[in-house]
Design a protein around this ligand. Structure first.
Ligand SMILES: Cc1cc2nc3c(=O)[nH]c(=O)nc-3n(C[C@H](O)[C@H](O)[C@H](O)COP(=O)(O)OP(=O)(O)OC[C@H]3O[C@@H](n4cnc5c(N)ncnc54)[C@H](O)[C@@H]3O)c2cc1C
Length: 306
């Protein structure tokens, strides 16, 4: 895409490794990769891509994706926007590229209550909105009042929370070609930063105790099944990790990937894992859980190029 290079020069990288840009540390090359640092740059890059009939792959913090071993064709746009603006009355506008952890630090330091329990969640606001990230029953969609999107036609639109089609691991962004530009977060001012920091510490300790944070992963591989919709039998927990554990696959390995002995819904990269190794484990876990419990596990991670 010569016009992309004309517009952004050497910032457009050809044949660029994606593994270092993901928390799984797995995957091949992006045919083209560009980091955008402002909303205007994002709009320009999308306009050029769409003018060439290319639907770019959007990447945030790379903490919920599995990149294929053959990489990603076309253009990967990484959203690296960093603005946080206090709009008053408990409303804070946050760019899509701001990390959840960066936002938690910003809010807690100013005594804003609302997101402190999310400390330790990797990734960006854009990725969190796209998948409606969840933590211990809370959904990120419940913490925003509106989301600014850039549509495939290049229009900025502000969408109220109720029109975002937020559900478990779902939002209207998925499959629409819309890109999250920013979101207005609801944060209650006037709290004590020291009290909020205690909540941050408790959350971080909980994660450390329950997740294999010492090895690269993409967080939970599967969504937790729903008892009604997925037909989870009575007496069987609605937890993908518990189901994988019950079929005896906790600790199972394929190449450099392993189903974590700490948390069976986390698959870890023990060194040199390939996407094919992870896909083999996904297949094994899904088949075993289906045969034993009749439950079809659905993936939470987003596959890019595989
Ligand atoms: C150790 C660990 C713990 C985790 N714990 C949790 C947890 O408690 N709860 C939870 O929900 N998740 C958890 N995750 C998964 C992950 O942190 C979240 O899903 C996070 O919100 C993903 O954000 P991201 O920026 O990394 O998205 P990416 O992985 O970069 O992308 C994920 C999807 O979002 C899309 N996307 C990214 N940015 C945008 C944008 N600006 N506009 C439109 N689409 C976009 C991508 O195209 C892709 O489809 C965990 C992951 C790890 C590694």
């Amino acid at each position: 895409m010569r016009s992309l290079v004309a517009e952004f020069g050497e910032r457009v990288r050809a044949g660029d490794p994606l593994a270092p840009l993901t928390t799984f540390q797995i995957g091949g090359l992006a045919a083209l990769r560009l980091d955008v640092a402002s909303d205007a740059e994002l709009a320009r890059a999308l306009a050029v891509a769409h003018a060439h009939g290319v639907s770019p792959t959007i990447l945030g913090g790379g903490s919920n994706v599995l990149v294929g071993d053959d990489g990603v064709a076309g253009l990967v746009l990484r959203v690296r926007t960093h603005r946080i603006d206090d709009e008053g009355e408990g409303r804070v506008r946050v760019s899509a590229g701001v990390t959840i952890n960066g936002l938690v630090r910003w809010l807690v330091g100013r005594g804003y209550r609302g997101l402190e329990a999310w400390a330790g969640t990797p990734g960006t606001m854009g990725g969190a909105i796209c998948g409606n990230a969840h933590f211990r029953g809370a959904l990120i969609g419940d913490l925003v009042s509106s989301v600014r999107l850039l549509t495939p036609r290049g229009q900025f639109v502000d969408v109220a929370r109720d029109d975002m089609a937020f559900g478990y691991d779902a939002s209207r962004v998925q499959g629409s070609g819309d890109v999250v530009v920013s979101a207005v977060v609801i944060a209650e001012p006037g709290d004590d930063p020291a009290r909020l920091r205690d909540i941050v510490r408790t959350s971080l300790s909980f994660r450390k105790a329950t997740q294999p944070l010492h090895l690269p992963s993409a967080g939970c591989i599967f969504r937790n099944p729903d008892r009604e919709r997925d037909g989870v039998p009575a007496g069987v927990p609605c937890s993908a990790g518990a189901l994988i554990d019950r079929v005896g696959l906790k600790g199972a390995a394929s190449g450099g990937a392993r189903i974590s002995p700490v948390h069976a819904n986390f698959f870890v990269n023990e060194g040199g894992a390939r996407a094919a190794d992870v896909l083999a484990l996904i297949d094994r876990a899904r088949t075993a859980v289906h045969e034993r419990f009749g439950v079809e596990l659905r993936e939470e991670i987003v596959r890019l190029g595989c």
